[in-house]
Design a protein around this ligand. Structure first.
Ligand code: VGL
Ligand code: ZN
Length: 213
């Protein structure tokens, strides 16, 4: 296994997704030490950052009379309305200070278009606007994307599915992720990923295998 063929994608390890954050994910902070350990087995790491303008279409507060976790029909399809989170330049949008991945090469910021959300690190929610990540990964010779971070059933799952759609192998490191689990979203995400050929692994297996490789 040539290291350059394997890229670790660390998704949205940001304060607003941590306990106490604006869109808190239960036990979200537990991924940090797992990812720190995992990342040492990868020479190539890419980080993502959810990065919305304050006027973003995914925020319930920008829709009169609507509450968080309701859905709304947008031109590109159904959109979950979230509490305002990861507003560009705020503390809540910052990466967790204990995330220790100094060798990460690229940070992809997504969700910056006011009228389009982007769970996926590859393609925005209109399903047509690319972030550029697929082109970057192809150019550096990546074959498999390993995924970790938040949330399993939204940004991790959508990124894993789009990695497959872009022609990469994809493996979700399940103990390095935590889920939002809204109305069965976690079970649905695992089913969709399985059907798309996304593999599942545990961080202890990977770190060991990759050290031996
Ligand atoms: C996410 C909901 C809204 C995520 C981002 O990182 O999974 N979920 N924005
Ligand atoms: Zn978001």
């Amino acid at each position: 296994m040539k290291p350059v063929e394997d890229v670790l994608l660390v998704v949205d390890v940001q304060y607003d997704f941590m306990p106490g954050g604006a869109l808190a994910i239960a036990h979200g902070d537990e991924v940090v030490p797992v990812i720190n350990r995992l990342a040492r087995a990868f020479s190539h790491v890419v980080l993502t950052q959810d990065w919305h303008p304050a006027s973003h279409v995914s925020f319930a507060s920008n829709h009169a009379g609507r509450a968080p976790f309701e859905t709304v029909a947008l031109p590109y399809g159904e959109q979950v309305l979230w509490p305002a989170h990861c507003v560009q330049g705020t503390e809540g949008a910052a990466l967790h200070r204990d995330l220790d991945v100094p060798h990460a090469r690229l940070v992809i910021r997504k969700g910056h278009h006011e009228q389009v959300d982007s769970y996926s690190a590859f393609v925005e929610a209109d399903r047509t606007t690319p972030t550029g990540l697929a082109g970057y990964l192809r150019e550096v010779g990546a074959r498999r994307v390993w995924l970790a971070g938040l949330a399993t059933d939204y940004c991790v799952a959508w990124s894993a599915l789009d990695a497959r759609a872009a022609g990469f192998e994809a493996t979700v490191v399940e103990d390095a992720c935590r889920a939002i689990d809204l109305n069965g979203s976690l079970e649905r995400a695992w089913r969709d990923m399985r059907e798309a050929g996304v593999a599942r692994a545990r961080s202890d297996e990977i770190a060991m295998n990759r050290r031996e490789a």
